[in-house]
Each structure stands twice: as structure tokens, then as C-alpha cells.
Design a protein around this ligand. Structure first.
Ligand SMILES: [Fe+2]
Length: 403
């Protein structure tokens, strides 16, 4: 079977110039039989954020992350209470929302959580089928299936509750040709790409991680298994990702073809406060911790982001000089010195390897951050790097006085 036969590209992916083979490498797709899936998912539709200042945040994602502004909704389009900016990079879509009127519920959300993710929306071919299955499995339906239309056509949508105040909107946009959703107008970028800058710094969303309370991870794994028919991927428990002072447990669920991947973390008991506890305290509850953005050139991505002021977690030199690590990672596409000078981590498993790096939190609260990932066959999440990573995160946590 060819890759193209197994992977059907969405209009967004086609528009981004991606091929099935590129997408397969970028986000680690696998073949699967959709005909027996009780909750078929086509792709991640959007990551929807609520932030304190959507206008400036949208500029940040354009000027720094190199995303393109494609659509807008706000007072000028008849929505007096809020502004929403839709941004794209490759097949990855972010929607940035902020409250305009003082009594906007978005501002209440922001007061509780700070800048954060409210919706991990998924494109599905059959909204009603998914909701029927989700309801039978006990999911909380936040929005019943309904049609929303404008001159560009009709979308069918619904929403189910996930961890904390996070939701999954399900969208069938097969009968819709507008720039995002009814109510949005097309809008061009307000930021001009600097001369010589890469066309984009990432091509797709690889995974979105949820932090949940102590003892709740297995409940949420079971939720995604039962409600969405997601399969369990790699599993990290206990010592794998424990340091002396903090620990966490992590399991990963994914849609049948791995197009949508949700790692779920919970704190584990350790001598001091875990980074997951810090998140739960400052986000005031469970929520989305990091998004991993897939790039095919992590060196350039990191160089450009750093030149634009993005701060990454430091990796100790010892990580690269360690003979065991050199032995474990074997040969990768660039000299290890190139990775060391940028702080890029390497991990290898039986399928291949991956390169990854993590930013510091991007908002005021020590909550949401990003990962950039370049996959070369590996379908993992950097298990071998967890310890090195968490030691680096803890050094930052200690500096904030929260360890
Ligand atoms: Fe990750």
C-alpha cells in the first residue's frame, strides 16, 4: 500500500503543500482501518487559546513564530464582545481569542487560568456519529450537533468536555469553503516576513499534552480509549521520568492513524513539588501544558526563533558529552556539535530517532510552553530525554522559587 492510499490529506494540508509522505514523517503516521473506528478523526482542526491580549498575541505568533494570519472575527465583524485571530503554519491552525467587553466570559477564563488552551478542536467526517458514541460512553456533551452557515457554506459542529475547562469541538467542514468558520472574515497578515526568512518554521501540530491531577491520568486515558476510541501509545511510568526532586507519570493516547496525539501527565510523589503540580497551581486546575510543533529543519527553526527572542530550556553540556548518550543516539543527520550549540535533544528508539527542544513558558504564568520536534522514523516522544529535560526544567522552577 502506498502512503498516499493510506493517508488522505485535508484541504488545509494540501493547501500547505504537504504530501502524505512528508506528513507521515513529520508527525509519525501509521496505517489503520477507519471502517471499524467508532469515533473516526480526520485531523486536528485547531488549537484555540484564550489570552489576555489577543491583538498582541496574534502579532507574536506572526512576528516570532512566523505564522500567517488568515481570518478574523471581532467588533468590526459584528462580534462586540471579543476578538479572535486565526493563524496558520503549514497544516497547523491556532485561534487566539480575547475579551473586549469588560464582562466577557473570556476575561473570567483568563483571570482563572492566564493565557491557555480552551479547545483542542478536531475535524471529523461524521459529527453525529461521534457524539452518539461519546454520549453512550458517558462523555459530557457541551454543545449538541448543530449547523452553522454563511455565504461560504455550512459546518456541522458539536463539543465534548475534556480535562479541566478544556473542550474538544468536533467539526465537519466538508461543506464549507470559508477562511475558518461562519462569522469570520479572511484577513491577511499584518506582519511582513523579513527578507530571507524561511517561509514557515513548522509544518504541523505533532501532539498536545494535558496535565491532570494526581491519580487522574488513568481516568483520562480511559476516557480517550472509551469515548474517542483512541489507542495507547508509548507509556512512561515512575522512574523513567523521576528526578530527585520531582516526578511525573505520562501516558499517550492517539487517534487510529496517530494524526492526533494526546500525552497525559500527572504529578508523581517526590521529595519536592513536581513541575506538574506547579502547572496545576498556576493554571488553577488541569489544562493543556505544551504543544509540539513538527518541523523538517529544527536547526533553522531554533536559530530563527532564538534571534527573535524565544528562550529555550538549557541543556547541560554534560548531556552531549556523555559517552552513553553518544552510544545510544548513534548517527543523526547533523554533527552533535550543531545540536549541542543549540541545546537540541536527541532520542532514538527501534523505529528511528527524533530531535526536540522545549521553550520556556511563553506567558506570564509558568504553564504553557512549546516543543519543536523533527522526527526521523521515531514514533516516540523523547522518553530517553525526559530525565535530562526535567532536570533542566527544575533548575528554572528553582529560580522562580517554586521547587
Ligand atoms: Fe512533547
Amino acid at each position: 500500500m502506498t502512503a498516499d492510499a493510506a493517508v488522505e490529506l485535508t484541504p488545509e494540508e494540501l493547501q500547505a503543500g504537504l504530501t502524505a509522505e512528508q506528513l507521515r514523517t513529520l508527525v509519525g503516521l501509521v496505517e489503520y482501518d477507519a471502517s471499524t473506528d467508532p469515533f473516526p478523526v480526520t485531523a486536528q482542526d485547531a488549537v484555540v487559546f484564550v489570552v489576555g491580549n489577543a491583538t498582541q498575541t496574534a502579532q507574536f505568533y506572526q512576528a516570532v513564530f512566523g505564522m500567517e494570519l488568515v481570518a478574523y472575527s471581532g467588533p468590526e465583524t459584528g462580534r462586540r464582545d471579543r476578538k479572535a485571530f486565526v493563524l496558520r503554519s503549514g497544516s497547523c491552525r491556532f485561534v487566539i481569542k480575547g475579551g473586549v467587553l469588560p464582562d466577557s466570559p473570556l476575561l473570567d477564563h483568563h483571570r482563572r487560568h492566564g493565557d491557555g488552551v480552551v479547545d483542542l478542536a478536531m475535524e471529523v467526517p461524521d459529527v453525529d456519529k461521534c457524539i452518539e458514541h461519546a454520549r453512550a460512553q458517558g462523555a459530557v456533551i457541551l454543545e449538541e450537533p448543530n449547523d452553522v452557515s454563511d455565504e461560504h457554506g455550512t459546518v456541522r459542529r458539536a463539543a465534548i468536555a475534556a480535562y479541566g475547562e478544556t473542550r474538544h469541538t468536533l467539526i465537519d467542514r466538508s461543506r464549507y469553503t470559508g477562511p475558518y468558520l461562519p462569522g469570520y472574515i479572511a484577513k491577511d497578515s499584518t506582519v511582513v516576513r523579513p527578507e530571507g526568512a524561511p517561509k514557515r518554521l513548522f509544518q504541523a501540530l505533532d501532539h498536545a499534552v494535558g496535565n491532570v491531577e494526581l491519580g487522574k491520568m488513568d481516568e483520562w486515558v480511559s476516557f480517550y480509549n472509551r469515548v474517542m476510541g483512541f489507542v495507547n501509545m508509548a507509556e512512561f511510568v515512575g522512574d523513567d521520568i523521576a528526578t530527585d526532586y520531582s516526578a511525573l507519570m505520562s501516558k499517550v493516547v492517539a487517534s487510529g492513524n496517530h494524526r492526533v496525539k494526546f500525552p497525559l501527565n500527572e504529578p508523581a510523589i517526590a521529595k519536592k513539588k513536581s513541575q506538574i503540580d506547579e502547572y496545576l497551581e498556576f493554571y488553577t486546575g488541569p489544562g493543556c501544558q505544551h504543544m509540539a510543533l513538527a518541523t523538517n529543519d529544527i536547526l533553522t527553526t531554533v536559530d530563527v526563533l532564538r534571534s527573535r527572542g524565544v528562550e529555550f530550556l538549557n541543556t547541560p553540556d554534560s548531556y552531549y558529552d556523555d559517552p552513553e548518550l553518544r552510544e545510544r543516539i548513534g548517527k543523526v543527520r547533523v554533527p552533535i556539535e550543531e545540536l549541542k550549540s543549540r541545546g537540541i535533544l536527541v532520542d532514538r528508539d527501534e523505529d528511528g530517532y527524533l530531535l526536540q527542544i522545549f521553550t520556556k513558558p511563553i506567558g506570564d504564568r509558568p504553564t504553557v510552553f512549546y516543543e519543536f520536534i523533527e522526527r526521523h522514523g521515531s514514533l516516540g516522544f523523547g522518553k530517553g530525554n525526559f530525565k535530562a529535560l526535567f532536570e533542566a526544567i527544575e533548575r528554572e522552577q528553582d529560580r522562580r522559587g517554586n521547587l
